[in-house]
Design a protein around this ligand. Structure first.
Ligand code: TLP
Length: 338
C-alpha cells in the first residue's frame, strides 16, 4: 500500500522507539516529567517564546488556545477553510462559546481583516482573536509569506486583538521559505504545532506563547482532560521529531512537486502548481467525469490510498513513509486510470 491520505499516518522511527523505551518519566500533572519539561523548553526556545505546553493532539492545543485567548460570546476572525473552524467538530462553539467571523481567503491581509471587524457598539460582539493557518491545509499546504503574517500582526495589535497561528505544519512552511520557525512566529501571540504529522512522532502537539498565556492554556488543558501522567514516553519521540525529523521535509516537498508536475501533464487532471509549495497536492478530477470518491476507490484497488476533500478534489500528502519510487508508481497507476 502507498498511503498518501495524510502525513498523520507516519510511524515513529526506530530511533524514536528506542528513545521512548529509555525515556526518563514522572507525573506531568505535577510538572515532574523531565522529558516533557525538556520538550517544552526546547520548543519555547526554538520559537522565541516564553513558554510551551505539551498536548495530546493539535485539536486540543488549538482549542485550549481559544479558551485562553477569549471569553464566551467573543468573535474570532478566521478563514472559512481554517482547520479550527472546518475540521474541529464545532469545538470552538461548544467549548469556548465563541462565534466565527469568516474570511473567504486562506491568506488574508489588513484590508480583509479590517472589513471583518465592527465598531464598538452594543449590537456587536467583542472581537478578541484572529487565527491564521500555516501551512494551510485546505488550500493545499500553501505557505503564509512572513510579510503577510507581519501585516496581520500589526493590524491586530492596532485593534487590540491577539493572533493565534495553527502551525500544525509550520516546519514545512519554514523548510519552504528556508527560514526558522522563530522568524515565522515573531508577529503572532501563540502557535500550535504538531509533532505527529510530517515529523513522525506517534502523538502530540505543542502550544507556545507568553508565560501568562501558557498558564491559562495549562488550566484549559486540564479542563479538556488533556493532563497526562508519564507523558515523557511520548515527549521523547517529540524531541527527535523536532531535532531530526524537521530537517528532512524538503524530500517530501520534492516528492509532492514531482507528483504534481506528472499529474498535471496528463491533461485531464488539473493541479494548480503555484499552490504546491510543501507536501500536499490537490488534484481536480472534474474533467474525468468521475468524483473524488470514485477515484479514491479505484486507486485503493491498485494499492494507493488517497482522500477526497471535496466532490471533485483529491488530496495527496507526501511524507517520510512514501519514497520517490512510490511516487513514480503512483503516477503510473493514475496514468492507467485517466
Ligand atoms: N489535520 C488532519 C485532519 O484533521 C484533516 C489531516 O489529515 O490533515 N491543524 C491543522 C492545520 C491540521 O491539518 C490538523 C490535522 C490539526 C490542526 C489537528 O491535529 P490533530 O489531528 O493532532 O488533532
Amino acid at each position: 500500500m502507498i498511503d498518501l491520505r495524510s502525513d498523520t499516518i507516519t510511524v515513529p522511527t526506530p530511533e524514536m522507539r528506542e528513545a521512548m523505551a529509555k525515556a526518563l518519566v514522572g507525573d506531568d500533572v505535577y510538572g515532574e516529567d523531565p522529558t516533557v519539561n525538556r520538550l517544552q523548553e526546547i520548543s519555547a526556545k526554538l520559537f522565541g517564546k516564553e513558554a510551551a505546553l505539551f498536548f495530546p493532539s493539535g485539536t486540543m492545543a488549538n482549542q485550549a488556545a481559544l479558551l485562553a485567548h477569549t471569553e464566551r460570546g467573543d468573535e474570532v476572525v478566521l478563514d472559512s477553510d481554517a482547520h479550527i473552524y472546518y475540521y474541529e467538530a464545532g469545538a470552538m462553539a461548544l467549548l469556548s462559546g465563541v462565534q466565527p467571523r469568516l474570511i473567504n481567503a486562506a491568506i488574508f491581509g489588513r484590508e480583509e481583516l479590517e472589513q471583518a471587524l465592527r465598531p464598538k457598539n452594543v449590537h456587536f460582539p467583542k472581537t478578541s482573536l484572529v487565527c491564521i493557518e500555516n501551512t494551510h491545509n485546505r488550500a493545499g499546504g500553501t505557505v503564509w509569506p512572513i510579510k503577510a503574517i507581519h501585516e496581520i500582526g500589526l493590524a491586530s495589535k492596532d485593534h487590540g486583538l491577539k493572533v493565534h497561528m495553527d502551525g500544525a505544519r509550520i516546519f514545512n512552511a519554514a523548510t519552504a521559505l528556508d527560514v526558522s520557525v522563530a522568524d515565522i512566529s515573531e508577529h503572532v501571540d501563540s502557535v500550535q504545532f504538531c509533532l505527529s504529522k510530517g515529523l513522525a512522532a506517534p502523538a502530540g502537539s505543542m502550544l507556545v506563547g507568553s508565560k501568562e498565556f501558557i498558564q491559562k492554556a495549562y488550566r484549559a488543558r486540564k479542563v479538556l482532560g488533556g493532563g497526562m501522567r508519564q507523558a515523557g514516553i511520548l515527549a521523547a519521540a517529540g524531541i527527535i521529531a523536532i531535532e531530526k525529523m524537521s530537517k528532512r521535509l524538503a524530500e517530501d516537498h520534492a516528492n509532492a512537486r514531482l507528483l504534481a508536475e506528472e499529474l498535471e501533464e496528463t491533461g485531464s487532471l488539473e493541479v494548480n502548481l503555484e499552490t504546491v509549495q510543501t507536501n500536499m497536492v490537490m488534484v481536480d478530477v472534474s474533467k474525468t467525469n468521475r468524483t473524488g470518491e470514485q477515484w479514491s476507490k479505484e486507486l485503493l484497488a491498485k494499492g494507493i490510498k488517497v482522500n477526497p476533500v471535496g466532490p471533485y478534489v483529491l488530496r495527496f500528502v507526501t511524507h517520510k513513509d512514501v519514497s520517490r519510487e512510490d511516487i513514480i508508481n503512483t503516477v503510473r497507476a493514475i496514468r492507467e486510470s485517466v
